[in-house]
Design a protein around this ligand. Structure first.
Ligand SMILES: Cc1cc2nc3c(=O)[nH]c(=O)nc-3n(C[C@H](O)[C@H](O)[C@H](O)COP(=O)(O)O)c2cc1C
Length: 425
């Protein structure tokens, strides 16, 4: 793995950092490459190309296993590669798994039907699961084995540590030695870990985040993605800090702080562990609109403030169909992660995602992901601007109603409508 590390000063309101610049592994910036609704003169029978190159990482498609149960061990990650996922992000690891103690039950589902009928479609999922409780040594061995068996496939380690520079450095060093292609930093787990000043506790505190990102980027030799928590007023703030502090990309969103419900017989909250519960992380279909908004906010910020850089954006939240993924890409995402969708539908889901995304691309004559990445971003504006636009549109419609400006404007085809436009009611 190449590791061209040049020192680069970062300028801006955030303190300057001597960060390493993984120049050859950068992604293709959407500011340069989004060309909107182009029609291609090429053979219409050619399959739309789903492959993407993000921060120098080549993937056969933009679909990435999101960190969680679908990336917990060798067997399931191997399965993900075999089924054709573009990349795999393993379950988050830390130095000392012995400190990670899970409880059961740790999941709770929200169904679409009234009273949560078991037949109703699952639309929301809460978990109070922690990061990986498997020994780091075991996980590292499995990363190494996977990279030996699948050298051309992209394996990303997700990591989290306590507020301790040496601990972050050791963890980065150890995961990099396995040959993984990139690192995602879990700055976003909303439950359990913040009690140890980890996860969302860092992602919600921009000063802490800046410091920790500085440590991480001074050490890492592979691309680094910072995974954002949605449990914050303005998600662009930590995203901006992460990018200014040397991360190559951001991922959004992790789960949304939630309480799935209260059992009205027992009066106890769900998921209920020995009669008690704790707020957990919400995922699945119900979070998709919230994730779209957060991804849109981050993409606009990147476009405005980092247009000359080639930072990447990995979108996550409630993806189960190719259309869900198309929406994220239209907002500027390079890759699309899926976690709960795999837990509900299995690893074969990637085939459906790919074929549905290709159907969408065929419909619009897009031959590659770059052809439509970020294409919908320009249609977001302020509410004040919507009012102005509507006022102008009404004025224009009324002007048309007022009729023709001159007798030379009469046409044969529109004669009846033109007559009608000058009738007073
Ligand atoms: C059971 C479960 C465990 C998760 N564990 C992790 C984790 O260890 N690290 C992490 O960064 N995100 C974790 N996540 C968050 C997911 O990666 C993802 O950000 C979130 O669930 C939203 O995406 P989805 O709707 O596709 O699941 C977990 C999610 C679930 C449902």
């Amino acid at each position: 793995m190449e590791a061209a590390r040049l020192t680069r000063p970062i300028t801006g309101s955030v303190a300057e950092f001597p960060v390493t610049w993984r120049r050859q592994r950068r992604s293709i910036g959407f500011s340069k490459h989004r060309v909107g609704f182009r029609v291609f003169a090429q053979d219409s029978a050619a399959e739309p190309d789903l492959s993407v190159t993000v921060n120098g990482l080549k993937m056969p498609n933009p679909f990435v296993i999101g960190s969680g149960p679908p990336g917990t061990n060798y067997t399931v990650m191997k399965r993900a590669f075999d089924e054709g996922w573009g990349a795999v992000i393993a379950k988050t690891v830390s130095l000392d798994a012995a400190k990670v103690i899970n409880v059961t039950p740790r999941y709770a589902k929200l169904r679409a039907e009234p009273n949560g009928s078991a037949k109703g479609q699952i639309i929301g999922w809460e978990n109070i699961e922690l990061i990986s409780d498997r020994p780091l040594e075991t996980m590292l061995k499995e990363f190494k084995q996977l990279k030996e068996e699948y050298p051309d496939r992209i394996l990303i380690a997700s990591i989290m540590e306590e507020y301790n520079k040496a601990a972050w450095e050791e963890l980065i060093d150890r995961v990099e030695q396995t040959g993984i292609d990139a690192i995602e930093i879990n700055f976003s787990c909303p439950h359990g870990m913040p009690e140890r000043k980890m996860g969302a506790a860092v992602g919600q505190d921009c000063m802490l985040l800046e410091e920790v990102c500085g440590w991480i980027n001074a050490k890492a030799t592979v691309p680094v993605w910072a995974k954002m928590t949605p449990n914050i007023t303005d998600i662009t703030q930590p995203a901006r800090v992460s990018l200014r502090s040397g991360c190559e990309g951001v991922s959004a969103i992790n789960t949304i702080m939630s309480v799935m419900g209260i059992n009205l017989d027992t009066l106890r909250p769900e998921p209920c562990v020995e009669g008690y519960s704790t707020p957990g992380g919400y995922s699945s279909k119900a979070v998709h609109p919230i994730a779209l908004a957060k991804v849109m906010n981050i993409a606009q910020m990147i476009k405005k403030e980092f247009a000359d850089k080639e930072h990447s954006l990995s979108a996550i939240g409630g993806v189960e169909t190719g259309s869900d993924a198309a929406e994220f890409i239209l907002l500027g995402a390079d890759t699309v992660q899926v976690c709960t969708g795999v837990m509900m539908h299995g690893y074969g889901l990637v085939k459906k995602l790919c074929s549905e995304l290709q159907d969408f691309m065929r419909k619009h004559n897009f031959s590659s992901i770059q052809d439509f990445r970020g294409a919908s971003l320009e249609y977001f504006t302020t509410h004040m601007d919507l009012v102005k636009r509507q006022r102008e549109a009404i004025r224009e419609r009324k002007a048309v109603k007022k009729g023709l400006q001159s007798d030379k404007d009469w046409t044969g085809d529109g004669f009846v409508k033109e007559t009608e436009s000058m009738v007073s009611n």
